[in-house]
Design a protein around this ligand. Structure first.
Ligand code: GEK
Length: 228
């Protein structure tokens, strides 16, 4: 089977797919406005790197001042076409723009909130630090990165247990064992999960002063990294 790509066929079913395959996805989105209310600053930019259909931008817009501007970046035009339609309907207070670009080539400037929701996992491991450094340096003091990722665990028993629980979750949501194993093979070498400890060490290295997990559902976590 070919490797996974975010083409038109994926974009069409993406919202349903991510909700049925990422435990806690809806809760992650529903809690983000609380973080935005504390950290989104007047006259600053809010970036969503790997914005897909714009669910993160819509969520974060809710808790942010009207003077913020929202910038969604994705390198899949199929995703952005649908994102554009979604934001046109859902966001009427803030200015927003979408850019079809590689997040590794995206300058971050005057930012108070940056979202990386389930996107860092698709960036080659050796380039993750440079991306996080660029985010940390583009954030204003008091700004935050919200990082959500699929993670793995160094203890083999824990890894197997949480992997199995995730599998159960997907089966419960209507995916067959064959679909689950085909998706898994197509994501091999594309989605590289790391441990929570790896993420914390890299965030610190990149220039973030504080970092903690604020939500975990099986092997999916959302972390808050603060620039003091
Ligand atoms: C959500 N945040 O709904 N540059 C730009 N975009 C990229 C790159 C890259 N180098 N690599 C991957 N993408 C969303 C979910 S999905 C997660 C994010 C998933 C984009 C890719 O096109 C896709 O839209 C997104 O990152 C990852 O909260 O599919 O599991």
């Amino acid at each position: 089977m070919d490797g996974f790509v975010f083409d038109d066929s994926v974009a069409t079913v993406f919202d349903d797919m991510i909700r049925r395959s990422v435990p806690g996805y809806a809760m992650t989105l529903s809690l983000m406005p609380f973080i935005a209310k504390r950290h989104a600053q007047e006259q600053t930019r809010i970036y969503d790197l790997g914005c897909s259909l714009g669910a993160g931008l819509v969520a974060i817009a809710n808790g942010s001042p009207e003077s913020t501007s929202l910038i969604g970046i994705d390198n899949s035009q199929s995703m952005l076409d649908r994102c554009n339609a979604n934001l046109t309907q859902a966001i009427d207070k803030q200015a927003w723009e979408l850019r079809c670009a590689d997040i590794l080539d995206t300058p971050i400037e005057n930012a108070s909130v940056v979202l990386l929701n389930f996107t860092l996992q698709f960036i080659p491991v050796e380039r993750r630090l440079e991306l996080l450094r660029s985010i940390a340096s583009g954030l204003n003091p008091g700004g935050v990165l919200l990082l959500s990722e699929k993670v793995r665990f160094s203890d083999p028993k824990t890894q197997q247990e949480l992997f199995d629980l995730h599998h159960d979750f997907k089966r419960y949501n209507g995916y067959s064992d064959l679909e689950i194993s085909q998706k898994r093979s197509s994501l091999d070498n594309v989605l590289i999960a790391e441990t929570i400890e790896d993420h914390k060490a890299r965030l610190s290295d990149a220039g973030f002063d504080h970092c903690e997990t604020w939500l975990q559902c099986f092997n999916f976590v959302s972390m808050l990294a603060i620039k003091a």
